[in-house]
Design a protein around this ligand. Sequence first.
Ligand SMILES: [Mn+2]
Length: 508
Amino acid sequence: MTHFPHAILDALMHRNIADIDELLQPPSISRLTGSVTLEGMADATDRILLAVRERELILLFGDYDCDGVLGTGILLSILKKLGGVVQAYLPHRDEGYGFSNPAAFRAAREGFRLIVTIDNGVHASRAVTLAARLGVEVVVVDHHHRSEPMEARIVWSDALSGAALAWMLAAALLERVHDQKREEILLALAPFAAIAGVADCVPLVGPQRVLVRLGMEHIGESRYPALHELLTLARVPKGNLPTARDIGFGIAPRINAAGRMAHPKLALQALFSHSVEEAKQQVLALDEINQRRKALEQEVLPLLLRETPPSSGGMLFYGMEWPKGIAGILAARAAEHFHRPVIVLVRDLTSSLLTGSGRSARGVDLYAAVARCAHLLERFGGHTQAIGLALRESALDAFRKAFQESTGGCVDSPLQLPSAEAVLNLSAVSHRFWEACLALEPFGTGFPPLVFRVANATFEKHQKGRTRLGQGGRWLNVSPGKTSPNNGEQGDFLVEVTGNSATLLSQA
Ligand SMILES: [Mn+2]
């Protein structure tokens, strides 16, 4: 793309992205399905199509978070379309994460012959074996860290989100039955996979990036009314495509709120409803639940942030009466604040274990760090950036110590702010500049915002609390981020740019 502004080309060069055309190449279904061969896919489609033909009762066993809910919804609509006899089950958070022995018993008793687990299942080898003994076969669709062999057909990749794997499975199923409307159906479902991928922080590279772009490009014309309601709530102007930030901060939290504070099936019903009226009401209900979640978080988070971090290593918090649903969010916020891995535990009322979530920081492989303390845990799972875990209260002190040792090396070095990838002259910030930035979306995990140095600039607070940088009579609106320069302060500034926003990182 020769007509890309120089500053942006410089930044991409700095990332060693030589083939910008490839980066900008329009996403398409064939580009996706043609480039990825997923181990286990052929086996899984065979078994599912057999179940559809034989009219076997199929159970989709999902998860309570955005990725699990949307992945389940994608497969539910496809299997219904194919004429399958199918039901979806999303566990409540109190029931615990993942496919389990009780779930296997229940499914067998209710007459299901095939279970497809989505965004969970790789840790459930015992439940899968039990299900097999009870005459129920299992197909696992999951992207979590695989630690044990199992007797199931598995569709797995850690480069895609759970919902992206569900979408790929949907593509394979439609291909096998030569569905005439394959393209149209897959494009309609792609936005769900896109939202789930951003929500789950799956790195925005390779096929995952292509699928997220495909979904974001088709969200505006979606036949699912809830998506339009969510775009409005996220304040995406009519006619604009959402950025990854819009999805991560405006859309995904409202979907996740259902599983955190109430029941994930509320999100499933709302998102896949075909009735405009119903979708509107149900999305507004999700919004209300999300506001309750926010209020609760604002109540508890200050208790965590006032702690003094140790000189090195991760942090662990335990609150007996904190609700389970916000453990992951609290861990994420605290990890961001303290720049180190954080685990937040709460008491699980049904099992009397301590359960919770961990989030990583500073590039620490949290899964590996916690795996080193696995002997102290009842169970754990996840990936490099996020984990879930459960332990006995009697093991808490030992685990706290082991976790801190295991992450000990992580804060010896001073915190590295991102460094400038290129110099930006504000005279270059034109319509064309923003068009180019928008074309580079999605920015996020694995493809961070562009970082520019703006030299000899002035920071200004102007009307309505807005802030901007000035240079040679040109202005760039910036949000102040975590820095707070004084009005009129001059110097070099580091600015982070996404498709439609600029944020001040620091004074350079
Ligand atoms: Mn997931």
